[in-house]
Design a protein. Structure first.
Length: 434
């Protein structure tokens, strides 16, 4: 992971938050390449979901009525059991005590510094803040710990305005916040992150059919990002691991450098959320099927994936080190469709006629492909920089190009070079980015 973290900084993917102030633990800023890659993944998810006739999108507020979190069960149940050391004042998760180290004596376990450990106490993971100028219990609200509730409270709004019939879904992408006790592994577990969640409302009689359907759709989606299939697997939650709302749950896991870990959760949330919101708000959230006259609270099949985690999996999966002519080549083999720079254009030298021709060619492509212009250093050095950025194609414009109207296109993965007519470039790339 250390190698990847340093590549991410060096190439402008991800920086430590507030770095010039010494950084803020577990908070990260996405640089020019990182944000582009993140947006490419997000757009792909959004299109996968909302280009379907049976899914609509929403963008709900991060701040919601505090009763939402009572209804959802988060006020009562979204907690980790914590134990304090009375001597060094450190806090530990009770369920991970055996893996934790004493901050004063890192070779020792909690309590071995001679401090007395308290009983476990429930610590709520929701971030709290105050709405308005008065900081009282009545003005206390939460930063949402999941986007899902914004979709549930809008269930009727979406269903009636869009005249949807079950089964239909609501997709949402947005920030979520959790005051995690043990954030870490770079951007894997952070306190501020982005989720891409889709809630699919179904007739309760058909819940298992749709659960199985979405399970398969979602693993296919991860594979279509270019992630190696052997690095993806399902993990089924045992009865004792199920969240308070779930009847059945599978995680899609990826084999990160630190082990198999969750990328996405697929849950059968039953009618738990809508029933609870009906109870707490006093508003009916039932669905009436006009054809069969059946009336019911739909069951929800949820697909919930972390955008940052997906990006981390894409980066880990793409990272390769190779030996080329006795030198180490570091290359990110990101699927061309998602690469933050898709084509880099290099004039061989800074001579005016080469610079002009390069700009002319680049301008033809920069509206369709994420493009970069690079004139600094030898062509070999420029290739290495683009390899580390994951750029699938580099186009070199040389002195012959002025005469034969051809350029050299170099492929990131095979390092093979093709000499292509400038007027054939559009067709050439059309094929490559299919
Ligand atoms: N609405 C259901 C829900 O929130 P979850 O399994 O708690 O389920 C869904 O979260 C996804 O959000 C996870 O699979 C993970 O990818 C991402 N996620 C959760 N907590 C995270 C954290 N602290 N940092 C980064 N991503 C996180």
């Amino acid at each position: 992971m250390k190698t990847l973290v340093s590549l991410c900084k060096r190439r402008g993917f991800i920086f430590q938050s507030s770095e010039i102030y010494g950084g803020l633990n577990s908070c990260w800023d996405y640089g020019p390449l990182g944000v582009q890659l993140k947006k490419n993944i997000e757009r792909y998810w959004w299109d996968t979901m909302t280009l379907r006739d049976d899914i609509e999108g929403v963008d709900a507020s991060i701040l919601m009525h505090p009763r939402v979190w009572e209804a959802s069960g988060h006020v009562e149940g979204f907690t980790d059991p914590l134990i304090d050391c009375k001597k060094c004042k450190a806090r530990f998760r009770a369920d991970a005590l055996s893996e934790a180290c004493c901050p004063e004596k890192p070779s020792k376990h909690p309590g071995e510094c001679g401090g007395e450990l308290t009983e476990a106490r429930a610590f709520n993971l929701m971030f709290k803040t105050y709405m308005g100028p008065v900081e009282t219990e009545a003005s206390r609200i939460f930063l949402r710990p999941e986007t899902a509730q914004g979709s549930y409270v809008n269930f009727l709004n979406v269903q009636t305005t869009m005249r949807k019939k079950t089964p239909f879904g609501i997709a949402q992408v947005g920030k979520a916040f959790r005051n995690e006790i043990t954030p870490g592994n770079f951007i894997f577990r952070t306190r501020e992150f982005e989720q891409m969640e889709m809630q699919f409302f179904v007739n309760p009689k058909e819940d298992m059919k749709w659960f199985d359907y979405w399970k398969e759709e979602r693993i296919k989606w991860h594979k279509s990002l270019g992630i190696h299939p052997q690095k993806l697997r399902f993990y089924e939650h045992g009865k004792d691991q199920l969240a308070h709302y779930a009847k059945q749950a599978f995680d899609v896991q990826y084999e990160f450098p630190f082990g198999w870990s969750e990328l996405e959760g697929i849950h059968n949330r039953t009618d738990y959320d809508l029933s609870r919101h009906e109870e707490f708000s006093g508003k009916k959230l039932q669905y009436l099927d006009d054809d069969t006259k059946e009336k019911y609270i739909p069951y929800v099949i949820e697909t919930a994936v972390g955008l940052n985690r997906t990006l981390l999996a894409v980066l880990c999966d793409a990272y390769h080190e190779e030996e080329v002519k006795d030198e180490k080549r570091v290359v990110l083999k990101i699927k061309p469709q998602f690469a933050p720079v898709q084509i880099a254009f290099f004039p061989l030298s800074k001579k005016d006629d080469l610079m002009n021709l390069t700009h002319n060619i680049k301008n033809r492509f920069s509206k369709k492909y994420f493009s970069q212009f690079d004139v600094a250093g030898s062509i070999g050095k420029r290739y290495r920089r683009q390899d580390e950025a994951g750029t699938p194609y580099c186009v070199t414009i040389d002195f012959d190009s002025l005469e034969d109207k051809k350029v050299t296109v170099r492929d990131r993965d095979s390092m093979k070079q093709d000499r292509i007519s400038i007027d054939q470039l559009e067709n050439y790339f059309e094929d490559k980015f299919k």
